[in-house]
Ligand binder design. Structure first.
Ligand code: ZN
Length: 160
């Protein structure tokens, strides 16, 4: 495993759309391992392929609910409700802003064995799923932010 460099705002790769993954090759498996390691090192709760320079539809999420979610080719099927809360991004270090997201999300994806599954998430997990899926289509939370971007006040804020 290796920590990869995280691309930051201004890097044009973050604005590109990602290709679906057809099969989980050893390289993809390595990528997934590295993405988890990179995310944990940066104290994030989610990371998407383009953030480490890979334009493939792969996302890792760990919101500290005891699961390590791998979402390959994710597709959001349903959203319920809306909630406005502060959000951050490992590609926009030191900044946070208010974004309205669904409170409940149902997503279909493939796991690290290319098995299809459905995942439902509430609150932070729903927010992370939406945020990371946006990354796969060139979207960043700053596109959705309501009001001003603010400086993060502590080192312990939850970046996604
Ligand atoms: Zn992000």
């Amino acid at each position: 495993m290796a920590v990869r460099q995280i691309r930051v705002l201004g890097d044009e790769l973050l604005r590109k759309s990602c290709k679906p993954i057809k099969e989980v090759t050893p390289r993809i498996r390595q990528l997934i391992d590295d993405m988890f390691e990179t995310m944990y090192e940066a104290n994030g709760v989610g990371l998407a392929g383009p953030q480490v320079g890979i334009l493939k539809q792969v996302v890792v999420i760990d919101v500290d609910d005891g699961n390590q979610y791998v979402l390959i080719n994710p597709e959001i099927l349903e959203t319920v409700g809306s909630k406005t809360d502060y959000e951050g991004c490992l590609s926009i270090p030191g900044k946070t802003g208010k974004v309205t997201r669904p409170v409940h999300v149902k997503v279909r994806a493939f796991d690290e064995n290319m098995e299809p599954y459905e995942l439902e998430g509430d609150e932070l997990l729903a927010r992370a799923i939406c945020h990371e899926c946006d990354h796969l289509h060139g979207g960043l939370f700053v596109d959705l932010v309501e009001g001003e971007l603010e400086e993060v006040e502590t080192a312990e804020d939850e970046d996604e």
